[in-house]
Every structure is written in structure tokens, then in C-alpha cells.
Design a protein around this ligand. Structure first.
Ligand SMILES: [Zn+2]
Length: 214
């Protein structure tokens, strides 16, 4: 499959927050309903701030719909001592990484459980920018729903320079922000296949408005 704007492959939002993040209003049930209602985005990673509590209840709710898939995850506020470094997404985990949450430890944790570590919005508030250069991560978030065009363009160039795949995530904190951006994936509808596609770079970031029906 080549990246294209026809509706081939599967479509996913890899960064969003539920009410288990203190700053989000999205109920797990609403997320599942929105995935069910969406014409082609059927996969979502739950990435609450420093929490994995939404994963199990959301996956439980999604079981009622065979054509949608929830990826368990979290967004870790990495630190070096007391100094905030920047946010890192972990996709494919039901547990939080062991502390201390240095970027290196979080990336190592992801590797140790075959999860995926993604540097979130590197060139925005809470982004780690150039710090990501020497980390062993799987991907860079190159299209973030809460980041300026310039910030996303810089992230895309950065991912290219590092030779890493680029992912998209709405970073939704309210329902109207869900699925503002999406990933097209060469994968099947199961967690391992989606994670493998990211690692292999079989992922393309899009605005959903540019995805045309066949
Ligand atoms: Zn976020």
C-alpha cells in the first residue's frame, strides 16, 4: 500500500485525552460512540496525562463494536530530576513506566514491552524539541491537533532528518477536537499489527478532510 488519499488501509487517532486526564472532558463512552459513528477513523489510542486508568474501561466499552479498536496508552510528562523535559506517548501499554520518568527510561520501558514510544509535539509547549535527537524512540508526532502549522512542519522535518516515522494525533481534550488529524496505516485491526506498522514506518499523517472516499 502506498500513502494516498484514497480510503485504503485503516485510520487512527494516536493522541487523545479522556476524563482520566484532569484537563479533558471526553468520557470513554463518548469516545467509543464517536469512533463508531465516524465513517473511516476506527482506531484510537487513549493517551491520558501520566495515567493508564481509562484504558481498561474504554476497551471494555469498545468490545460491543467489532469494527473499532482502542490502543491502550499514556502520555508521560518526562522529567530530568525536577526539570520538565517534554511529553512522550507510549502506545501499547496498560501500565505506567517505572519512575523516574526520564525520557530515556520511558523509551526503554516502551522497548522492553514491545510498545511504541512517540515524541509528542516536539516543537510546542510541553514538547522536548532537540532533546529527542538522541533518544531511542519509534516515531515523532508530526501532525498534532493543538500545534501550529509551523510547529508541525518543524516536527515533520525533524522526523525526516532523524529517519523516524511521523504520526498524527488530535491531542483532543474535548469531543469537538477528536479526529482533527489522523493516521493512515498499512495494518490490520489489532493492536500488535498497528504497533508494528508504526515501527516499520507504514504510517502516514493526514488531515481527515483530505481523505476521499473511494
Ligand atoms: Zn496530549
Amino acid at each position: 500500500m502506498a500513502p494516498n488519499r484514497n480510503r485504503s488501509g485503516i485510520y487512527a487517532d494516536f493522541h487523545l485525552h479522556t476524563v482520566y486526564s484532569a484537563d479533558s472532558l471526553i468520557q470513554p463512552k463518548t469516545l467509543v460512540d464517536m469512533l463508531n459513528a465516524h465513517p473511516f477513523i476506527k482506531v484510537a489510542a487513549v493517551t491520558d496525562h501520566d495515567s493508564v486508568r481509562a484504558n481498561k474501561p474504554t476497551i471494555e466499552l469498545a468490545k460491543a463494536y467489532p469494527d473499532i479498536l482502542i490502543i491502550p496508552g499514556c502520555e508521560i510528562s518526562t522529567k530530568d530530576g525536577e526539570t520538565p523535559i517534554g511529553d512522550m506517548l507510549v502506545l501499547g501499554t496498560y501500565e505506567l513506566p517505572p519512575k523516574p520518568w526520564t525520557p530515556e527510561n520511558v523509551a526503554d520501558y516502551a522497548k522492553s514491552i514491545d510498545a511504541v514510544a512517540i515524541v509528542a509535539h516536539p516543537f510546542r509547549t510541553y514538547g522536548m524539541g532537540e532533546y529527542a535527537r538522541n533518544l531511542k524512540v519509534d516515531a515523532i508526532e508530526v501532525l498534532n491537533g493543538g500545534t501550529s502549522k509551523e510547529g508541525n512542519a518543524k516536527a515533520k522535518a525533524f522526523a525526516h532528518e532523524l529517519g523516524l516515522p511521523g504520526t498524527a494525533g488530535s491531542d483532543a481534550h474535548q469531543v469537538s477536537e477528536l479526529f482533527a488529524v489522523c493516521n493512515q496505516l498499512d495494518a490490520s485491526m489489532d493492536v500488535d499489527s498497528v504497533l508494528a506498522a508504526i515501527k516499520k514506518g507504514r504510517v502516514w499523517a493526514h488531515l481527515p478532510t483530505t481523505v476521499q472516499s473511494k
